[in-house]
Design a binder for this molecule. Sequence first.
Ligand code: HEM
Ligand SMILES: [Fe+2]
Length: 328
Amino acid sequence: MPRRRELCILFFLTASTIPIFYIPAVFYHHDTHFTLIDNWRFWIIHLWVEGFFEVFSTVLVAIMTVQMGIIRAITALRIIYLDAILYLLGGVVGTGHHWYFTGQTNVNMALAACFSAMEVVPLTLLTMEARDFIRVSQTKCSKCQHYLAEKQQWTIYFLIAVGVWNFVGAGIFGFLINLPVISYFEVGTNLTANHAHAAMFGVFGMLALATVLFCMRAMQDETLWNRVKTLVKVSFFGLNIGMSLMVIVDLFPAGVLQLWDAIENGYWHARQLNYLMSGTYHLLEQIRIVGDVVFIVFGVIPIVAAILITFCSRGFASNELIGQKSSL
Ligand code: HEM
Ligand SMILES: [Fe+2]
């Protein structure tokens, strides 16, 4: 019971940090100096996505896995504290990787480059967590011979996707643009969009969907689940394949082209409208439509349909939470 309370308090505290760290955004307006705005803009963006959001998602995933009966509350608490230390150590000082060239000191550049590079450590641990999720989804109960997380199998698949995109989108693509010498030529180009898409949707989008699915499964009886199961499966593949196509076909190669152009002809050249609207760069952007269509038609529409069908159907098995006693 005290552990259950500790998990709830951690959930409340980490959830509160998200609106609290947004507060600086309400203090600047259209005539505030750009450097001030940019300073606070990244205080919000960075501290959210590479700090408090990451800690919050660890708490959320920990609570879900405790609910499913996969891990004990004490183990969940240990993981949360370890992750919080790792994320906040690298994440808070790492904020300065957005301020390399905004008038801050060399000390900021040195510290931020090192500490944000260290952020890859917890991300790698998370990917190993994804491997554990794969193992859990394949493990059978020794007594009843059913799969341990049978009822939440697709929630687990979405959580595996979180781990994989965290490694690729945040770990690899983030690391790629993190060094000051790269950032100098690259900042605000397509390689940023490449990293931002893969990390933002890959991690927090997939996590949000895992949470939605977790709740949906708790509300559905088996008949209702059988009605929406195919939609959820199609959506899982549609979202992941669509996202991968966007990255492979356009965001990454166009980012590399643009970086090359910035080094060859100057940053101004790689950012001008003429460059963005012509040549291979623009062609790749048009081909990307394939990825966007797959993402929307096979990813977004089916999951929205599954959610609507669940919410509009009567007879929720409301008291049956994932078919197991809560071990919280
Ligand atoms: C889940 C984790 C992460 C998410 C969701 C995320 C998301 C984002 C987003 C949305 C931006 C664009 C911000 C803007 O220009 O308005 C961005 C920029 C950036 N991110 Fe991340 N990020 C994550 C992790 C990381 C990590 C681990 C690193 C480095 C190791 C990193 C390095 C960078 C850098 C250097 C930029 C600046 C690029 C620029 O301003 O052009 N990110 N990130
Ligand atoms: Fe950042």
